[in-house]
Design a protein. Structure first.
Length: 99
């Protein structure tokens, strides 16, 4: 049975002109997680990376974070599971949209 996301919340910590620092709180299977990172948008794509991971109220290594769908890709930690990746990118895009 695949893991499911039971909760997802996106908070902008600081909004800069062309990028933002964010915090995401989510539940994944039996784990409750908090991550922080940075996101930005180019003409064609939204990009982000995760810089800090807390799983079940304890700091987690990137190796431990594989359990909740976070993987290292080209020296950056990102969501490996498509649903988490899509949610993160959608929120980043919406928050960076020009009013």
């Amino acid at each position: 049975m695949p893991e499911t996301i039971g909760y997802f919340d996106f908070i902008v910590i600081k909004h800069h002109q062309d990028y933002l620092n964010f915090a995401i709180t989510f539940s994944f299977g039996k784990h409750f997680c908090e991550v922080t990172g940075m996101g930005w948008q180019t003409e064609k794509k939204v990009h982000y990376y995760i810089s800090n991971i807390i799983m079940n109220k304890q700091h987690a290594t990137f190796e431990e974070a594989k359990e909740v769908g976070i993987a290292m890709v080209q020296d950056s930690a990102v969501f490996e599971y498509l649903q988490l990746d899509h949610l993160a990118k959608s929120y980043i895009k919406a928050k960076l949209a020009k009013p």
